[in-house]
Design a protein around this ligand. Structure first.
Ligand code: ATP
Ligand code: CU1
Length: 846
């Protein structure tokens, strides 16, 4: 594998050129599927059963000759429709913004500066930097590359990777097929190497665009929560239809007035109709994803928001997630001597010069690996003006790191020498293996490695060899390596990690460290950050290979540190944890992490370090790669689930008195309390209350002090159903009592209706307040701010007062004016109906 000298760094397009071209030739995107515009949303709303029922009710009013009732109802219909469409539109926008954020990015050079831009902004002529794991954003020709191969199966169906070679002359773009061509195609995957390429075609002009195939979002299966809610909705819908039909029959047969019977049937159907449940679920998930994104975590699959709250194990990489991935050479060991690097001006003793020299020779000339960068920096500091720096040597051959041998070698051609110089570095045990150390040397080495690793340092071994001959040996073992020493690199831990780990512990979430690093290093870092290693000790990659599934499942319960793991082993760990019934979140960044990320319940890719492949496989993307952000997301996820449950309990509870008041008076032979217009009024409280007010409710203080929710635990457990039923029953009883009492006092029908309706409205506003917390008293919740809630409650209450006092509205609602004592009676009864739940909370807490 020969390296090709890179041509002088290309400058790429200028910003102005790129902007003009984007304007002229259009964005680099394929037709998207599944977008909803406002017309589509409106159409969907028009097909809703609620809307059809309202139109039906309006038609009946017309038949009955009640033109003003009919018009009023239709007027309200438009208000409710407006609110619904606005909400859905807003949700859609939120989802779209998320899609934009999570859509592919491209690394380009513009004005000579590397920068990440949205894939859709790539234009013809842009210079792209492509690396292993990237999705190619546009059709392009390679200007330079290193050991480059692409998976073009998307276009050709051929799954074997295609080797690419840069060419000096960029010819015409050719269709895919065949090795050693310079062209790469939009949508295909870089599986090996790095390269710089110039864009030849974008958007619909690319090969994939010509096929007219859109990169489809993968089908998402319904989550348990979605299924649970669908089931609930089905049950309630059937119940509603049956009850409404019975009411129609009873009314028609007993009173002979079929049209009014139909109207009452429709009113009842509207009051039971469970249309809020799926809407609320969608809104909560979308808004939740948006809230999480403000903590620099992007949600690629929205239902993950729900899974976050039940995560029991977080499996995280060490380097870059728990630590900063800012490696600094800290200690050198050569033969028996050791040298600590400090800020002072002590020169580096001669004994260590070769160690650093070969450390540099076994690194890239322009390194991007933080370890290699820091070895270079060390050389610049100590070896400047010595004969140990070789800027003029040419790299003749290289052997890369592999999971089987964690070492890499570079073969150099010096101008003034006949023989080649070989430099190798890698995991100490791998380099020791290359050097064929004897038992005594190995024992001494192990001691030295452990002394560095115990301080949390990453340790690299360095070796040297010579080579004469024309052909390169196949494997690194064929060189005669001589061991030069050890380099210890420190990687500071992230300052936020310790606190985040504490939070996990309190929240009953286990944290598991999976690292490619040496066991002692992993253990030392774990100790520094307070990660509990578990009673089973560190498990290494080679030990893991010897375990069968059942052993692994037994051992994994007691061990939280997995060292010297290769990415492929992450999948086994995920599966073992899943088999033990855990809900697993797993981080990853490389190409080989994708299967584990997919298998985990919550795959988390790294935004800064991660590859496109990892991002595509993951459900969440951490923009700052920080472990603490995962914990934030979990906390938000738990809060969202709580709020969802509160909102659902509220909807459930509030529909009961509405349905009861539509049904029971008729069964008792009393005048009907409700017409459709009253239901519409109540919907105008319920809808924003559950979707806006509960959504904005701050998480309860204890969310991270209780164990994860079991995924089997339904949103509506028996206790919750029972309690919300009771909440509804009490409001119903209060309203019925007011109705019965006032009818008994011989007041007019309209007065009785006004009294009952006021009681119901106050009761349902009370339900909102009391359901804000299932732990703390209503008064306690005044401390936690929620402006949206107060708008909803204030608005509803003001509108009630208007409906009672403005003559025109009074007519519409068929109300009679109330005296202040009468209103007070309604208010007090409504408020009293929630007192029991406050007492229940109080007793339950003690
Ligand atoms: N550029 C390199 N030169 C020499 N050795 C390397 C290099 N990169 C990695 N290694 C060796 O391979 C081992 C594993 O590296 P790997 O990249 O798998 O770990 P990592 O992914 O950086 O760590 P983590 O799993 O904690 O994120 C390292 O501990 C080191 O010994
Ligand atoms: Cu020297």
């Amino acid at each position: 594998m020969m390296t090709i000298d890179r041509p002088a760094e290309p400058r790429g397009l200028s910003h102005a050129e790129a902007k003009a071209r984007l304007h002229q030739e259009g964005a680099n995107e394929l037709a998207m599927t599944g977008q909803r515009n406002i017309q589509a949303i409106a159409l969907e709303v028009l097909r809703e059963p609620m809307f059809l029922l309202l139109v039906g009710a309006g038609a009946i009013y017309l038949l009955l000759g009640d033109v003003s009732d009919a018009l009023m109802l239709l007027g309200f219909v438009f208000v409710v429709m407006g609110i619904t469409i606005y909400q859905e539109y807003k949700t859609e926008r939120v989802l779209e913004a998320l899609r934009d954020l999570t859509s592919p990015r491209a690394l380009v050079i513009r004005d000579g500066v590397e920068q990440r831009i949205a894939g859709r902004e790539v234009v013809r002529g842009d210079v792209l930097i492509l690396a292993e794991g990237d999705r190619v954003p546009a059709d392009a020709a390679l200007l330079s590359c290193n050991d480059f191969a692409a998976d073009e199966s998307l276009l050709t169906g051929e799954s074997v990777a295609v080797r690419k070679l840069a060419q000096a002359e960029i010819g015409e773009l050719q269709p895919p097929g065949g090795d050693d061509l310079p062209f790469v195609y939009s949508g295909t995957l870089v599986v090996q190497g790095r390269g710089v390429a110039q864009v030849l075609a974008t958007g619909a002009h690319t090969e994939i665009g010509k096929i007219g195939r859109a990169l489809q979002e993968q089908e998402t299966e319904a989550t348990p929560l979605q299924r649970e809610i669908a089931k609930l909705v089905r049950k309630l819908a059937i119940l509603g239809v049956l009850l409404s039909l019975s009411l129609l029959l009873i009314y028609g047969l007993s009173r002979g007035d079929w049209l009014r019977g139909l109207l009452s049937g429709i009113t009842l159907a509207m009051s039971i109709l469970p249309e809020e449940y799926p809407v609320v679920l969608t809104i909560f998930m979308a808004m939740g994803a948006w809230r999480i994104s403000r903590h620099r975590v992007l949600t690629r699959r929205v239902p993950t928001v729900e899974a976050l709250g039940s995560a029991t194990v977080l499996c995280v990489d060490k380097t870059g997630t728990l630590t900063q991935n800012r490696m600094v050479v800290q200690q050198l060991i050569a033969a028996e001597a050791s040298f600590s690097i400090h800020a002072d001006t002590t020169p580096l003793p001669e004994a260590f010069h070769e160690l650093v020299e070969f450390g540099i020779l076994s690194s890239e000339t322009e390194p991007f690996d933080p370890m290699e960068k820091s070895i270079h920096a060390c050389g610049t500091r100590y070896l400047a003006n010595t004969e140990h720096l070789h800027g003029d040597w040419a790299l003749a051959h290289e052997y890369s790191l592999s999971p089987e041998l964690l070492a890499l070698s570079h073969v150099w051609k010096a101008k003034d020498r006949k023989e080649f110089v070989v430099a190798s570095k890698g995991a100490p045990e791998a380099v020791a293996d290359l050097c064929h150390l004897d038992a005594a040397q190995l024992a001494q080495l192990a001691e030295q490695v452990n002394s560095l690793a115990a301080q949390g340092m990453r340790v690299l071994g360095v070796a040297r060899a010579r080579w004469q001959g024309d052909a390169w040996p196949d494997i690194q073992h064929d060189f005669e390596f001589e061991f030069l020493g050890l380099i210890g690199l420190a990687d500071p831990v992230r300052p936020t990690v310790t606190a985040a780990l504490k939070e996990c512990k309190a929240a009953g979430i286990r944290v598991v460290m999976i690292t490619g690093d040496y066991p002692a290093t992993a253990a030392a870092i774990a100790q520094q950050i307070g990660l509990d290693a578990g009673s089973g000790g560190v498990i290494s990659g080679s030990e893991l290979n010897l375990m069968d599934e059942s052993t692994l499942r037994a051992r994994i319960v007691h061990s939280n540190i997995y060292a010297r793991m290769v990415p492929e082993q992450k999948l086994r760990l995920v599966n073992a944890l899943k088999a033990n019934g855990e809900i697993v979140a797993m981080t990853g960044d490389g190409v080989n992490d994708a299967p584990a990320l997919k298998a985990a319940h919550i795959g988390i890719a790294m935004g800064a370090r991660g590859t496109d492949v990892a991002r595509e496989a993951a459900a969440l993307v951490l923009l700052d790669d920080d472990f603490a952000s995962i914990v934030h997301a979990v906390r938000i996820g738990r809060g969202i689930f709580d709020n969802l449950r509160k909102a659902m309990a509220y909807i459930f509870a509030v529909h009961l008195p509405i349905a009861g008041l539509s049904l029971i008076p008729l069964l008792l032979g009393w005048p009907p309390v409700f017409a459709p217009v009253h239901i519409v009024f109540l919907e105008m409280i319920i809808n924003p209350a559950c979707s806006i007010a509960f959504e904005a409710e701050p998480a309860e203080r204890g969310v991270m002090h209780r164990p994860p929710r079991s995924p089997q635990e339904p949103l509506f457990g028996q206790r919750i159903v029972l309690l919300s039923l009771l909440q509804g029953v009490f409001v119903l009883l209060a309203a019925l009592a007011v109705l019965g009492y006032s009818l008994g006092q011989g007041v007019s029908e309209n007065e009785a209706r006004a009294l009952t309706f006021s009681t119901l409205v106050v009761g349902s506003l009370g339900l909102i307040l009391t359901n804000r917390s299932w732990q703390h008293s209503l008064l306690h919740t005044f401390d936690s701010p929620n402006p949206a809630l107060w708008w909803v409650i204030g608005g509803a209450f003001s509108f009630l007062l208007l409906a009672l006092s403005v003559p025109f509205l009074r007519d519409v609602f068929h109300f009679a004016p109330l005296t202040p004592p009468q209103f007070l009676l309604s208010f007090a009864s409504g408020a009293a109906s929630i007192v029991w739940f406050e007492l229940y909370k109080l007793l339950h807490r003690h």
